[in-house]
Ligand binder design. Structure first.
Ligand SMILES: C[S@@+](CC[C@H](N)C(=O)[O-])C[C@H]1O[C@@H](n2cnc3c(N)ncnc32)[C@H](O)[C@@H]1O
Length: 495
């Protein structure tokens, strides 16, 4: 333990020398704390005030596909985005002490503990039923393909003169985890890169203390991400330096330094946080290997396939297909990712509007449905809730079971109120149960108890996967509360 602490302190001293040699200026007001085995923390050595400039970093000090010794080979192989940066990181790591970034790279972990590099059996078991269950398996498949198609040929071409062990699939996945958890969009010339010092700040949702910006930053606008890696599910959330679009793509580098500026006061001794974006726990664990308790951006998804499974357990397959088709003809769809269509359940348990509308249509009485399909095309509007308003009005006019609440129906809250019907809520309760069953036989209370007893330092994978499971299952509990409030005291009837 003492040896590990001494080695960490040595690496930090070497990094500080490296910063001085490369023109990276870090204010004495920031202290870099390497005493935690889980990683570096940046702290305030003295009180920090909004507007304080605490560091400047020359763009040339950043490790990018342009600045690496492998730049020519990367360009010749026409690698772009995340793949190009991952090759740059692998190449510089392979150079060891000869790499200009050696002291910086030595400060980084071998890999970030994201599910991509968890042993396959462990990932399967720990993530069963969660939002990451399928994604991690797909990631691995895509990255293996990328390695076979791009990295192996580059290595075999001899252009880089590297030891094949340094470009193995395992090393590729490790470098990829660093790129996914630490890279920034710098500017259109450098693209995405590793920014020494800037990548030492940890994340806190909606409570960051620092912003990264360039010296001539006038526009204060985030840059466009040049991202071609299909497995990089949350590329939108990547932290960016500000004003990166000031030079056109492919033009010469902008030589202004990147700056780190305080945007929220920090007391002496407190940790100085950045934000990596507004992300739920699934995205945080997927990309960065950690989670946050009580994360307001958490969601849980219900696949359309689960909805149709529920529907066919009550109605016929024909009924299911016809109702989904009417829903689509009214202009509705779910969210899509790769080959899956799904609906989001928000942190507070509220289902995505499109899901409630689908359940409403599924439960519609056959005679009303038969009349509606003939006129549905005329109801479609650009305003999603206007379409469903038209449907409500039609149902009211057609159905014997007239609903006076339809009068004056204009705003989204009115629509939501009508969708909070007995039949929709009862379907939501069934869907919550079906979604919950994917987690296996443990109850939410079992998971909460296990989380309570779990040590984040010694059982990091278990801890963060439990936070993810518990967060998702609490949302399902809130969905049940939401749905139960809709069915209370009402008689079961068709909409
Ligand atoms: C950009 S680095 C931040 C610096 C990092 N702590 C280090 O040791 O270099 C991102 C990584 O830091 C860790 N991290 C960042 N914010 C965290 C948080 N709020 N809780 C736990 N780990 C965090 C995760 O391992 C993440 O992948």
């Amino acid at each position: 333990m003492a040896d590990a602490a001494a080695a960490a302190a040595r690496r930090l001293r070497a990094f500080k020398r490296w910063m001085r040699a490369h023109g990276v200026v870090c204010s004495d007001a920031l202290s870099l704390d390497v005493s935690d085995p889980l990683g570096v923390h940046v702290r305030a050595a003295t009180p920090l005030r909004d507007g304080d400039l605490v560091a400047t970093i020359p763009r040339g000090a950043c490790l990018t596909p342009r600045t690496t010794g492998a730049a020519a080979a990367i360009e010749a192989a026409e690698l772009g985005g995340c793949l190009a940066l991952t090759v740059a990181v692998m190449y510089e790591r392979a150079q060891g002490a000869d790499s200009p970034w050696d002291a910086y790279l030595q400060l980084l972990p071998d890999c970030e503990s994201v599910p991509l590099v968890w042993p396959a059996g462990e990932a399967e078991c720990l993530l069963a039923g969660t939002e990451l269950d399928k994604i991690v398996k797909q990631d691995k498949e895509f990255l293996c393909e990328d390695w076979k198609e791009c990295i192996e040929p580059l290595m075999l071409s001899g252009e880089l003169d590297v030891d094949p062990d340094d470009f193995s699939l395992e090393k590729y996945l490790s470098a990829k985890t660093l790129v996914s958890s630490r890279s920034f969009q710098i500017d259109s010339y450098h693209g995405s890169g590793m920014v020494p010092l800037a990548d030492l700040f940890n994340h806190k949702t909606d409570c960051e203390h620092v912003h990264f910006t360039s010296a001539s930053d006038a526009s204060d606008s985030d840059g466009e991400e040049e991202e071609d890696d299909r497995s990089d599910a949350s590329a939108d959330d990547k932290p960016t330096t500000k004003n990166p679009t000031s030079s056109p793509p492919g033009s010469r580098a902008n030589d202004e330094d990147l700056e780190i500026i305080i945007v929220r006061d920090v007391n002496e001794g407190e940790e100085v946080y950045n934000t990596y974006g507004t992300m739920g726990n699934a995205a945080l664990l997927h990309r960065y290997g950690f989670t946050e308790l009580d994360n307001q951006y958490d969601i849980v998804n219900i696949d359309l396939a689960l909805v149709t499974k529920w529907c066919t357990s009550i109605f016929s397959g024909r009924h299911t297909r016809a109702r989904v088709s009417l829903w689509r003809n009214l202009g509705y769809s779910g969210c899509t990712s790769q080959d899956t269509e799904y609906f989001e359940i928000a942190y507070d348990g509220e289902p995505q509007l499109e899901l409630s509308i689908l359940l409403y249509i599924i439960n519609m009485k056959p005679d009303v449905y038969d009349k509606l399909i003939c006129v549905a095309h005329g109801f479609v509007s650009d305003e999603e809730h206007e379409t469903i308003c038209n449907v409500f009005k039609f149902v009211k006019a057609t159905s014997s079971n007239q609903n006076s609440e339809v009068n004056g129906l204009e705003k989204l809250p009115d629509v939501k109120k009508l969708l909070h019907s007995e039949s929709v809520c009862s379907a939501l309760l069934s869907l919550a149960d079906m979604r919950e069953s994917l987690y296996g036989s443990n109850t939410l209370e079992d998971d909460e108890e296990e989380l309570h007893a779990c040590c984040v330092v010694n059982e990091r994978k278990l801890y963060h996967s439990l936070v993810l499971r518990v967060s998702e299952r609490r949302i399902l509990r809130r969905l049940r509360e939401f749905a139960s409030s809709g069915s209370k005291g009402r008689k079961r009837k068709h909409p």
